[in-house]
Design a protein around this ligand. Structure first.
Ligand code: SF4
Length: 96
């Protein structure tokens, strides 16, 4: 996540310790050209393996959930997985 960071994340400091800084940052977002399903799964698997060893995974995930980050892998979760998590978190509130 070295390039193209949203302004909010630049104001925070956890991203300076992110394991995804550098050339592997490309794994965390879809390429500009279409990718096949198996290519996407392979890319996301590699990115998630990096997230598992990242010292700021919780900060990263908290941030992505807070700003409703719509793209890429943050905190070890894809955008679809974060949407599901937010729906699960908000469901009890909506029922109350
Ligand atoms: S948890 Fe993953 S996406 Fe977030 S900073 Fe760490 S390596 Fe990057």
């Amino acid at each position: 996540m070295k390039l193209g960071l949203p302004l909010d994340v630049v104001r925070e400091t956890w991203h300076l310790r992110a394991a995804c800084r550098g050339p592997e940052a490309v794994l965390f977002f879809p390429p500009s050209l279409p990718e096949r399903r198996e290519e996407r799964h392979a890319r996301e698997k590699k990115a998630k393996e990096i997230c598992e060893q990242c010292r700021v995974q919780r900060d990263c995930l908290d941030f992505a959930l807070r700003v409703h980050e719509p793209h890429g892998i943050w905190g070890g979760l894809t955008e679809a997985e974060r949407r599901e998590l937010l729906a699960d978190i908000n469901e009890p509130l909506e029922r109350a």
